[in-house]
Write a protein that binds this ligand. Structure first.
Ligand code: SAJ
Length: 457
C-alpha cells in the first residue's frame, strides 16, 4: 500500500489501528480512536490488564474523568479489543507504540521495552503500514534504534515496505483525555509525506495544532519542553535555598519577581517527581551521545561535537537535593525543640509525587523516607490518595515528634493547625510546599521550618 492509499484509508476511517502498551497514554489514545469509529486493537503484555480492558474496566488508578465510561462504550460496541498476541498485529495499517522508556541509575535509557516491542512488531509488520512512536525518546532514537530494528525484523526498507514517525504525547495524570484532545502535538515523520499522513490520523482526535516536522525535531521538542520545566523548577529551588540562608522568604520574593515582565519563577518545593520531568532531561542529554556522525552538521568541529552539558545535570542535582534539604530542616527544628532525629517518630504528609494524585512514581517523599530511615527516625506516612497510606490522619499524628508536609494535597490546605499540634508529642512542623505562613504556624504554637524561609525564632 502506498502512503497516499494509506492516507485515504485513514481519512475514510477504514484503516485498522493498533496501540502497543495500554498504560496511562496508550489506553486513552486507543479509546479515543475507537470512539471515532476506527477498528482498534490494543496490545498489552500483562494478561490481567488485557482481561480488565476487554471487560470494559480501566486498570488505571486515580481519577481519570471520562476514561472508564469511554472504555466501557468502545469495548461493548466491539470497536476495541485488547490482546497479548503480537500475531494479531499482522492486519494492522497503523501501529502506535506507547511503551515505557525509563532511564537507568546512570541516566541512560536501556529501551528494553521499546526494543522488545520493535522486534516482535517487525516480524509481523504488514507491508505498507505506518509505525508511530508516541513514547518519549532521546533525540536520534528513531534513526539509531527504531528504524534499524524494524528493517531487520520485517526484512523491508523504510519508506518502501513501511513508514515511520514519532508523535510524543503531552498528557498529565488526571487529565489524560482532555490533554489528548486539547493540547497541540508535534508530528515528526521520516518524510514530509509521512508527517502529513500522521496529521490526517491525529486530526480525528486532536482539536489543537498538529505541527508536522521531522523526527529529530519531534524528539528534541518533547525532551526539551520537560528539561525546560526541570531547569525552571531548579532555579526556584536554588533561590529558596539562598533565601533560607540569607534571611529571605522565597514565597514573597517569587511573588514580587513575577511582577517583573517576562518573569515566571516556578514553585520551589520538597522535590520533583513523576514519570516525565525527572527522566526527560536525561533523554535530551543522551541524544548528544547517541547522535550518529551523519546527523551532526558537517561543519561542526570535532570538539564542538562533545557538547558540554552543564545546566541540565546541575538542575537535576538541585531538584534531587530538595528532599535532603527537607531532612536538614527537620533535624534543625527537632534540635530547637530539644529532640534528636534518631528515634523520633515522624509523620510524613503526602507520598504521591503530585498534588491530588495517587501517582507515586519517583516521589520526593520516597527519597525523604529513605534518608530519614538512614538517620534512624521512625516513619509514619499519610496520603489521602495512595491506598496503602490512607489511614486516619489524627490517629497517625498521635505521639509524633514532627509533621512533614511533602505534597500540596487540597486536604492538607485545610489542616486545623491548632488541633493537629495538640495531637503530637513534639509540635514540629516542616512545610515543604509553602502551604502555610510563618505567622500561621507561630500563632498555632509550632516549632516550624518552611522551605525557602529563613528561621525566625
Ligand atoms: N513541581 C515543583 N514546582 C513547580 C512545578 C512542579 O516542584 O513549579 C514538582 C511537582 O510537585 C512534581 C514535579 O515537579 O513533583 C512534576 O510536576 P508537573 O507539574 O510537571 O507534573 P507532571 O510530572 O505530570 O508533568 C507533566 C508534563 N507533561 C508531559 O510530559 C506531557 C509536563 O511537561 C507538564 O508541564 C505538566 O504535566 C503539566 O503541568 O501539565
Amino acid at each position: 500500500m502506498t502512503l497516499d492509499q494509506l492516507r485515504k484509508k485513514i481519512e475514510r476511517k477504514d484503516a485498522r489501528l493498533a496501540v502497543i502498551g495500554l498504560g496511562y497514554v496508550g489506553l486513552p489514545v486507543a479509546c479515543m480512536f475507537a470512539e471515532k469509529g476506527f477498528d482498534m486493537l490494543g496490545i498489552e503484555i500483562l494478561p490481567e490488564r488485557v482481561a480488565k480492558i476487554n471487560a470494559g474496566v480501566s486498570p488505571i488508578e486515580g481519577e481519570e474523568p471520562g476514561l472508564e465510561s469511554l472504555l466501557a462504550k468502545v469495548t461493548s460496541r466491539g470497536l476495541m479489543r485488547a490482546s497479548s498476541d503480537y500475531q494479531d498485529l499482522s492486519d494492522r495499517d497503523v501501529i502506535l507504540i506507547d511503551v515505557e522508556t525509563p532511564v537507568d541509575e546512570n541516566n541512560v535509557p536501556g529501551y528494553n521495552a521499546l526494543r522488545a516491542t520493535l522486534r516482535n512488531l517487525g516480524s509481523v509488520l504488514q507491508a505498507g503500514s505506518l509505525v508511530v512512536v508516541e513514547s518519549t525518546i532521546a533525540p536520534g532514537t528513531i534513526h539509531n534504534v527504531v528504524k534499524p530494528l524494524l528493517e531487520e525484523g520485517s526484512g523491508r526498507k523504510l519508506n518502501e515496505g513501511f513508514y515511520l514517525g514519532i508523535c510524543p504525547e503531552r498528557v498529565m495524570p488526571g487529565k489524560l483525555l482532555v490533554n489528548l484532545r486539547t493540547m497541540s502535538r508535534v508530528v515528526g515523520g521520516m518524510t514530509p509525506e509521512t508527517a502529513e499522513t500522521m496529521v490526517a490520523l491525529y486530526r480525528h482526535i486532536v482539536q489543537a495544532d498538529l505541527d508536522p516536522t521531522d523526527s529529530v525535531t519531534a524528539e528534541l521538542v518533547k525532551t526539551a519542553e520537560n528539561a525546560y520545566r526541570d531547569v525552571q523548577i531548579a532555579f526556584a529551588n536554588e533561590v529558596a535555598l539562598i533565601c533560607q540562608a540569607v534571611g529571605g522568604d522565597v514565597w514573597k520574593v517569587r511573588q514580587l519577581v513575577n511582577k517583573s515582565p517576562f518573569r515566571q519563577m516556578h514553585l520551589p518545593g520538597a522535590g520533583v517527581g513523576g514519570h516525565c520531568i525527572p527522566k526527560d532531561p536525561w533523554l535530551l542529554a543522551y541524544g548528544v551521545r547517541q547522535m550518529p556522525q551523519s546527523l551532526i552538521s558537517a561543519t561542526a568541529a570535532a570538539d564542538e561535537q562533545e557538547v558540554p552539558l552543564r545546566l541540565i545535570p546541575a538542575a537535576r542535582a538541585v531538584n534531587d537535593s530538595m528532599p535532603h534539604n527537607i531532612a536538614n530542616l527537620l533535624q534543625d527544628a527537632l534540635h530547637s525543640a530539644g529532640r534528636e532525629l534518631a528515634g523520633a517518630r515522624i509523620l510524613v504528609l503526602g507520598y504521591a509525587y503530585l498534588e491530588d494524585s495517587d501517582d507515586t512514581r519517583n516521589s520526593p517523599s520516597e527519597a525523604l523516607v529513605e534518608r530519614l530511615k538512614k538517620m534512624k527516625a521512625e516513619i509514619v506516612i499519610h496520603d489521602p490518595y495512595v491506598s496503602e497510606y490512607q489511614g486516619e490522619l489524627e490517629q497517625l499524628a498521635r505521639n509524633a515528634d514532627a509533621a512533614v508536609l511533602m505534597v500540596a494535597h487540597s486536604q492538607y490546605k485545610k489542616l486545623d493547625l491548632n488541633r493537629l499540634k495538640n495531637l503530637l508529642r513534639t509540635p514540629v512542623f516542616i512545610d515543604g510546599r509553602g502551604l502555610f505562613s510563618a505567622a500561621q504556624l507561630k500563632q498555632a504554637g509550632w516549632t516550624y521550618r518552611i522551605i525557602g524561609v529563613s528561621v525566625q525564632e
